[in-house]
Design a binder for this molecule. Structure first.
Ligand SMILES: Nc1ncnc2c1ncn2[C@@H]1O[C@H](COP(=O)(O)OP(=O)(O)OP(=O)(O)O)[C@@H](O)[C@H]1O
Ligand SMILES: [Mg+2]
Length: 211
């Protein structure tokens, strides 16, 4: 199977649902090591994305992703708004004019998106940020691509890896963003931004495995 434009639209709709369902949980995570706004930020951002979807749903994947990035950039705020915005804007580049993505194309899209987040936020692996889930997921999908796994199987591996990578943020000490002000006290808490990335990967698997 391939990821179609309709899958991408459904993915963004599912993200909006998930960030509504998980708003309070994410905000709780961010209260532990930040300022308690992450769930609200993501919920606001993806509600705006949802609102704008009907006006872009007939365009190509690159256009939809770019529009999503610009919407997140202007509505999420905080540290994570520009970072998620950058993810989608960069992910849009290789998907420009495309109506569907095979596994190599999906890998490329996620890889360029994640590289954009690293360039913008300058986080290193282990800094306890969203990059600690983005990068392992990209690695895992790259392995799946090399092993010529089927799309759904590849995404399932991606979700498993995202969940393990997310759990690994618990024992990390934050070195970027607001949580870094806590120093060692940031250890023992799951990173909110990394949690959002895991939820987005899970949402992609869910919409791909529907039907
Ligand atoms: N430099 C960075 N690189 C990658 N991710 C980062 C960076 N700084 C913060 N993050 C991610 O952003 C998440 C926090 O997002 P949130 O929406 O709560 O913004 P914020 O920290 O409250 O922003 P601000 O302090 O600017 O208001 C963290 O959990 C982390 O995953
Ligand atoms: Mg916050």
């Amino acid at each position: 199977m391939v990821i179609t434009k309709q899958h991408i639209v459904s993915w963004l709709q599912r993200c909006a649902e998930v960030f509504t369902e998980q708003r309070d949980f994410l905000t709780q995570l961010d209260s532990d090591i930040g300022d308690g706004d992450h769930g609200l930020n993501m919920n606001r951002g993806f509600n705006k994305v949802l609102e704008k979807l009907p006006s872009v749903a007939d365009k190509d994947i690159g256009f939809i992703l770019k529009n999503t990035g610009m919407t997140l950039l202007s509505s999420v705020g905080g540290a994570s708004g520009p970072l998620f915005g950058t993810f989608f804007i960069r992910a849009a580049q290789s998907t420009n004019a495309k109506q569907s993505l095979d596994l190599p194309a999906l890998c490329q899209m996620l890889k360029e998106g994640a590289e954009g987040v690293v360039m913008r936020g300058k986080a290193e692996p282990g800094d306890k940020t969203m990059c600690d889930v983005w990068l392992p997921v990209v690695d895992e999908l790259e392995l799946a691509r090399q092993g010529e796994l089927e799309m759904l199987e590849a995404l399932r591996h991606g979700v498993d890896r995202a969940q393990r990578a997310l759990e690994a943020t618990i024992t990390m000490q934050a070195r970027k963003g607001r949580a870094s002000y806590l120093g060692e006290r940031s250890i023992g808490h799951q990173d909110p931004g990394a949690t959002s990335v895991m939820l987005m990967i899970e949402a992609l698997y869910q919409v791909a495995s529907r039907e």
